[in-house]
Design a protein around this ligand. Structure first.
Ligand code: Z5A
Length: 212
């Protein structure tokens, strides 16, 4: 590695918590302050695997539950070389959902253990910071109706939230809970502060392996 590496920063959270809004603002703020930063999101719907996932999420096709879980994971693995390359070039990546969404959404379905769900993502680049945007169901409801995609129901989202809470107990991952009920600028200021610290801390550290 010839330069200081970039940091892998992930935003997770329930539906409508503001993940996409905050990822965009964070990348802009980092760039404005002279840092090299780019945004990525999962699922990345443009690849061949991503197109299968997109069709499933839009309820245009059905896939068996184990199969779709593995496709979500494969969608991360297919972008792993690019992610590593960018991090090693000193580019910080701000990522909208990652393996934690993968595990939380599938394990909220009947018959899936957390452990089974975590296995396919073991060894992916480990985030230097995962910020969980916390928002209650009633506050989320004030941000508009659920859309028409699969998983967008109150009951399922509550089950997902509980799975995220289990994942956050894992101290091998650096979690930071963010109160996402505040206005966009206040949430952004908080996220930016944590991110600047994470970028500094990651500079001289090797890229870790998730859940290994
Ligand atoms: N999924 C999976 O099953 N397995 C996996 O491995 C992965 C994902 C990676 C697609 O997600 C689905 O795939 C998702 C999980 C599953 N299913 N669900 N549900 P997606 O990321 O493509 O889309 P999304 O997750 O449905 O987006 P979102 O959660 O609805 O939105 P968000 O990114 O958290 O929020 P936003 O778009 O930034 O903001 C939502 C609205 O709130 C918008 O009008 C904003 O202007 C407003 N907003 C944002 N912040 C605020 C504040 N602070 N105050 C007031 N209003 C605000």
């Amino acid at each position: 590695m010839t330069c200081r590496r970039g940091a892998l920063i992930v935003l997770e959270g329930v539906d409508k918590a503001g993940k996409t809004t905050q990822c965009n603002k964070l990348v802009q703020a980092l760039q404005d302050s002279g840092q090299t930063a780019e945004m990525m999101k999962f699922p990345e719907r443009t690849t061949k695997i991503g197109q299968l996932i997109n069709s499933y999420l839009e309820n245009k096709s059905n896939l068996e539950d184990h199969t779709v879980h593995l496709l979500f994971s494969a969608n991360r693995w297919e972008l792993m070389p690019l992610m590593k390359e960018k991090l090693e070039q000193g580019i910080s990546l701000v990522v909208d959902r990652y393996a934690f969404s993968g595990v939380a959404f599938t394990s909220a379905k009947p018959g899936f253990s957390l452990d089974w769900c975590m296995n396919p993502d073991k060894g992916l680049p480990k985030p230097d910071l995962v910020m969980f945007l916390q928002l209650s169901p009633s506050e989320a409801a004030q941000r508009g109706q659920f859309g028409t995609e699969r998983y967008e129901t109150t009951v399922f989202q509550k089950a997902v939230q509980q799975k995220f809470e289990l994942l956050m107990k894992d101290s091998s991952v650096k979690w930071q809970v963010i109160d996402a009920a505040r206005n966009i600028e206040d949430v952004h200021a908080d996220i930016k502060n944590h991110s600047v610290d994470a970028i500094k801390a990651a500079e001289n550290e090797p890229i870790g392996e998730l859940w290994k």
